[in-house]
Design a protein around this ligand. Structure first.
Ligand SMILES: [Zn+2]
Length: 291
């Protein structure tokens, strides 16, 4: 399946045909387990699995199939041959584009759970018609899904990469620096400010790398590379435990492959040591927004 989801806020008038259902209990996704592979249940409605959703939402179509997401209670039934798994575990196991749709689904469900009441007048919010938004039943204020941009930056100095261990990391690993964009900033402003705040150095030649949706709960990680310009490492101890320059063939433990942080680090190793495949040991779990 190489097609992409065609997003829509306009569901079919009745649920009669089998559809793909992305069903979450907390942030764990219900998948059908068939031997070593996993897939998304293709059903007319969750009731056929004995499941009663707390909330559900139409996502659009994938290859002509309707797609829905739903939230169910954590202590509800688990249908036969199925299980609830975290998305970090399902990365690489659940085929694309299903994994990407699951990321979108968890983002929307979490946003919906935290947008129940209007911030202006306090009345209830309901799904808006035909667009991917919520609308206040009282004053009509429309709220779109919140997306919080954050930059993530690989800084290089004389063939070495700047890696740091954050106070936010729950496991013992190093990563590139990251931080949320503040109101009024360009992405480049955020890159310069974050690097200077966290490790006290100035950078130059900031270049876009790539980006990644990181819906835990609502980040968009925007990756950059930059070159060291001046200063010596002086860490902000509230944010960083340790930071240093590392050779591409002597890296510490780095984040797991699901993350754009790891993509940046792998790119660095592959371009600086083209004869070597990435060999850094990976922490497969414990990657959080902002890393
Ligand atoms: Zn309102």
């Amino acid at each position: 399946m190489h097609e992409r989801l065609i997003s829509s806020g306009n569901p079919p008038s009745a649920k009669v045909a089998p559809a793909l259902w992305f069903i979450f209990a907390a942030q764990k996704l219900l998948v059908l387990e068939e031997g070593a592979s996993v897939s998304i249940p293709r059903i007319v409605a969750p009731a056929s699995l004995g499941i009663s959703p707390l909330r559900e939402r139409y996502l659009g179509t994938l290859a002509g199939l309707d797609c829905y997401c739903a939230a169910v209670p954590e202590d509800g039934p688990i249908p036969p041959k199925m299980g609830f798994y975290g998305l970090r575990y399902l990365f690489g196991r659940l085929a694309e584009p299903l994994f990407t749709i699951a990321l979108k689904a968890v983002h929307l469900l979490e946003w919906e759970a935290t947008t129940r009441y209007c911030g202006r007048c306090g009345r209830e919010m309901a799904s808006a018609k035909e667009i991917n938004a919520r609308e206040c039943v009282g004053c009509g204020m429309v709220a779109f899904p919140r997306i919080s941009p954050a930059v993530i930056v690989l800084v290089e100095r004389d063939g070495q990469v700047l890696l740091a261990r954050s106070t936010r990391f729950t496991a013992d690993f190093y990563s590139v620096l990251a931080g949320f964009v503040e109101p009024g900033e360009t992405l480049e402003d955020t890159v310069h400010r974050e690097i200077e705040e966290e490790v006290g150095i100035k950078v130059k030649n900031v270049r876009y790398f790539s980006s990644q949706a990181w819906p835990f709960p609502d980040s968009l990680m925007i990756g950059f590379t930059a070159e060291y310009a001046s200063g010596e490492i002086r860490i902000d101890k509230t944010e960083i435990v340790e930071a240093g320059w590392f050779d591409p063939d002597k890296l510490p433990t780095v984040p797991g492959k699901i993350s754009i942080a790891r993509r940046l680090i792998d790119w660095f190793v592959e371009t600086r040591l083209p004869e070597k495949a990435p060999t850094a040991p990976a922490a497969e779990r414990s990657y959080d927004p902002g890393e």
